[in-house]
Design a binder for this molecule. Structure first.
Ligand code: PLP
Length: 368
């Protein structure tokens, strides 16, 4: 029996998500030690100590189901964001809420629009519900919002925007977002992914939640995986009109967010100092990486996130050479960027080690 013969055609056609290589796998397969991973946009400083402390007391309660309504975390988020608790949807990572949006609003015969080089989950979410994924060509690696608005057809049910986008780090400003939302038909859901919101320092960067009142078809998603340092726990959320949250709630698993994640996220939310330090260190680290690229004569894509794509030529080759030097970064050929590698901003020591390894890898490939 070949199981593939029985699967739905759109499931057969799916290309699975490719995660960054885990440190343990590299050390096992390449026999290196002291490897560093700058491949998944994780917080190099770990989680907030307050989040860790919040989990400790809960382990003996693991026999109980979590609070499926996420009451305490929603109350804390609502207060922080200035929204009502019934406009929030919690997810097992923001990936979960991105998928809930597709499941609630699109199906076979519908279209879901997103940009070229955009986060891979949008295409997977679209295809998994049988919708047609419409990829709109980027401009200088960035979302072309005008072209995306023009790509809407009567079949379009949903559009995904990433601001900033992963893997490119490109972003758009308030005027661009407003113009786009005004151009999107009211029957199309506009899902604005702000996974890197806490990292952005640009003054004209829009806070998506400020547009919810004007655009009832807007859904803003955020996560605790990146600046809050909780990627391993899997927790994120959507902010939307309560009527949309009500629909997302119908298609989610009853206990999609676990009890440790709920408690850790609530504690992390209260540690604003941790997030501020994370942002500052990221800004300094980004500068160090960019200076390093310039010194090596490499071009990069300007990024507002905690990662940056650098153009290295034969990226597959340089990626391998970096692995042998114990440094894991992310190849992005599957995003249509075969000449780039994406590197996450790490600690000052990790950034220096990466730049040293990159210099060595480039010299080696010149000699080869
Ligand atoms: C990392 C990332 C996410 C979500 O990750 P979760 O861990 O599922 O919250 C969402 N969007 C983008 C663009 C990302 O890079």
């Amino acid at each position: 029996m070949d199981a593939a013969n029985f699967a739905l055609p759109h499931v057969r056609a799916l290309a699975p998500y490719q995660p960054g290589k885990p440190i343990e796998e590299l050390e096992r397969d390449y026999g290196v030690t002291n490897a560093i991973k700058l491949a998944s946009n994780e917080n190099p400083f770990g989680p907030s100590p307050r989040a860790v402390a919040a989990i400790g007391g809960l382990l003996s309660g693991l026999a109980r189901y979590p609070d499926g309504s996420g009451f305490a975390l929603k109350r804390a988020l609502a207060a922080k964001l200035g929204v009502s608790a019934d406009s929030l949807t919690l997810g097992n990572g923001s990936n979960d809420v991105l998928e809930l949006c597709a499941r609630a609003f699109a199906g076979p015969g519908d279209e879901i629009v997103f940009a070229q080089h955009a986060f891979a989950v949008y295409a997977i979410a679209a295809q998994a519900v049988g919708a047609r994924a419409i990829e709109v060509p980027a401009r200088e690696y960035a979302h072309d919002l005008g072209a995306m608005a023009r790509a809407m057809t009567p079949r379009t049910k949903l559009v995904y925007l990433a601001n900033p986008n992963n893997p490119t780090g490109t972003w758009f400003d308030r005027a661009a977002l407003e113009g786009f939302l005004a151009a999107v038909p009211a029957r199309v859901m506009a899902v604005l992914d702000e996974a890197y919101f806490e990292y952005v320092c640009e003054s004209s960067y829009p806070n998506g939640t400020e547009y919810l009142a004007r655009f009832p078809n807007l859904v803003v998603t955020r996560t605790f995986s990146k600046a809050y340092g909780l990627a391993g726990l899997r927790i994120g959320y959507a902010v939307s009109a309560p009527a949309i949250a009500d629909l997302l709630n119908r298609v989610r698993q009853p206990f999609n967010v676990n009890s440790l994640a709920l408690a850790a996220a609530e504690a992390a939310l209260g540690d604003e100092e941790f997030v501020a330090r994370t942002r500052e260190s990221n800004r300094d680290g980004m500068q160090a990486l960019v200076r390093g690229f310039e010194r090596l004569g490499l071009r990069h894509i300007r990024s507002a996130g905690n990662f940056v794509c650098v153009e290295v030529g034969d990226a597959g080759n340089i990626y391998e050479r970096l692995l042998r030097r114990g440094v894991i970064v992310r190849p992005v050929a599957n995003y249509g960027l075969p000449r780039h590698l994406r590197v996450t901003v790490g600690t000052p020591e990790e950034n220096a080690r990466f730049l040293g390894a990159l210099e060595g890898a480039l010299e080696q490939s010149l000699q080869a």
